[in-house]
Design a protein. Sequence first.
Length: 318
Amino acid sequence: MILLDDVVKYYPGDKKPALDNISLHIQPKEFVFLVGKSGAGKSTLIKMLTKEETPTSGKVMVGGIDYEYMKKRHIPHLRRRIGVVFQDFKLLPNRTVYENVAFALEIVGVSNAEIRRTVPKVLELVGLADQGHKFPGQLSGGQRQRVAIARSMARQPKILIADEPTGNLDPETSWGIVHLLEEINNFGTTILVTTHDEKIVNQLRRRVITLSHGKIIGDQKEGGHYNLDAASIQLNKRPLASVQSERPSVEQIRRATTETSKPHLIKTATNIPQAERIAEDMNRFHVDVHAAERAKRSVDADSARKRAVTKARRKLVQ
């Protein structure tokens, strides 16, 4: 889940905030459109979620993790759990489709065997099973966007952020990308899409959050439509304050996260030290950073005990 609580962001030298008291709650598995004119604050909000920017004040929590207490060394692990798809694709031109997707796994230490299993499945998901040998320059715009989505999904993120994914595409290709995002959402991934495409927003009728001058001026929970006029937005016939009051508090989310965490479900990953694996996987199961730190200390203590036992056994043998 995603929670922003009274978030304010000022950039150096600016008199007005880029984000002005933003309070927002997105449930797991939701599909949400984020709309607004250029300069409304959409990009800044996304950078808050990926921790490229920090708020001047307020609280940001994603997956039960309170960003205020996150240490710098944990940020790469966080970003591996949040997939981001960009309007300009950001593919490596000198690598094939297969290699572009595989690269996202290589940099986090996934084994070659796991890469060989994962990449074909992800390419099949996005409809590019027979295009793995081609280079980005040999693909259409829609195909390149599908490669970008495949690369973001390779690590099986809980959240996928698509920043203007159809901005450079023709209408027919745009709908193909949107339907792909819907399919990914059906698998349980939370989807957040920023867009200026009025037709797509109006036809899908999903939740629509509208930003203007750094403020949320509309949050249409169901059957949302594209409307940038604050005066005419109807929030399911309820005032915005009523909709925002339904957000759980930070403490409620912390308690729910702690109560539902299951450390015994932790799995291992290749080529990552044991303590870092546990910290990463605690993030995967939506446990806060403090729990991850406790797990790391527990691993260190357990290792020390094992070394002591081994040393004692050697002495007995001697």
